[in-house]
Design a protein around this ligand. Structure first.
Ligand code: PMT
Length: 221
């Protein structure tokens, strides 16, 4: 049945933000709540999939039937994702991964210096989804998200090509009603030979629609 069309399919999903330490009490992160990735995990289990959810620090309960791996940093998410990816049929990168981390994390709480600005040197984190898509053996069908505040479709198409993804969910995050931390979202799915807009709706409903499209393309591959 349609409900169980992901039977025997293993899906790994990343969700939430990553958190990059500055010192023992401070960090760099973003507004991702994990809701979109957790909704995808719950919908995938309902469709019969075997689901592993790799989550950054969020305040959400694990959907029933989902295997959850908690991580903090982008490097930890990268290592967990690569370990799962080669055992997965489909990989969905919904996490808002920090592109940069602090070059040298201070061992002790940094002290404020009178009358001077502070400069932090940042270095790039590994690109998790590009690493997954670059696998040569046991590469899963690889789906990314693109969170953009401008030039949504162009930037999403650039990421689809540059990261060598099979499908990308272009996510307009310029407002607060949709996207980060909201219970609602809308995306335009973009793949090499087409695109499909999905209307604003609760993340639980949108997750089902996204998975139907992923399954259609995965099984046509
Ligand atoms: O968590 P919520 O509050 O529910 O919000 C959902 C969401 C807006 C976070 C989600 O729908 C979303 O758009 N996730 C992607 C956010 C993001 O970081 O997009 P990006 O355009 O910066 O990254 C593009 C893709 O590369 C993403 O699949 C991302 O997971 C991946 N990436 C990015 C950087 C990096 N170092 N490694 C990655 O794998």
């Amino acid at each position: 049945s349609a409900e169980q069309q992901l039977n025997n399919i293993k899906i790994t999903i990343t969700a939430g933000p990553t958190r990059e330490a500055i010192d023992p009490v401070r960090y760099i992160s973003n507004h991702s709540s994990g809701k979109m990735g957790f909704a995808l995990a719950a919908a995938a289990v309902a469709m019969g999939a075997d689901v592993t959810l790799i989550s950054g620090p969020v305040q959400l309960a694990t959907p029933i039937g989902v295997k959850r791996i908690d991580v903090t940093t982008a490097q930890q998410m990268h290592d967990a994702a690569l370990a799962q990816a080669t055992q997965s049929d489909i990989f969905i990168g919904c996490a808002a991964v920090a592109d940069y981390r602090v070059a040298e994390v201070a061992g002790e709480k940094m002290k404020k210096k009178a009358d001077s600005a502070l400069e932090l040197k940042l270095v790039q984190n590994p690109d998790i989804i590009a690493s997954v898509a670059a696998l040569t053996a046991k590469r899963p069908f690889t789906v990314g998200f693109a969170a953009e505040t401008q030039n949504l479709l162009q930037y999403a198409k650039d990421k689809l090509a540059r990261k060598k993804l099979d499908l990308i969910c272009a996510n307009d995050v310029s407002g607060t009603a949709l996207g980060f931390n909201s219970d609602h979202n809308a995306v335009t799915l973009v793949w090499q030979h087409g695109e499909q807009a999905l209307a604003p709706q609760p993340k639980a409903e949108l997750a089902k629609a996204i998975l139907q499209h992923i399954y259609a393309q995965f099984s046509a591959n």
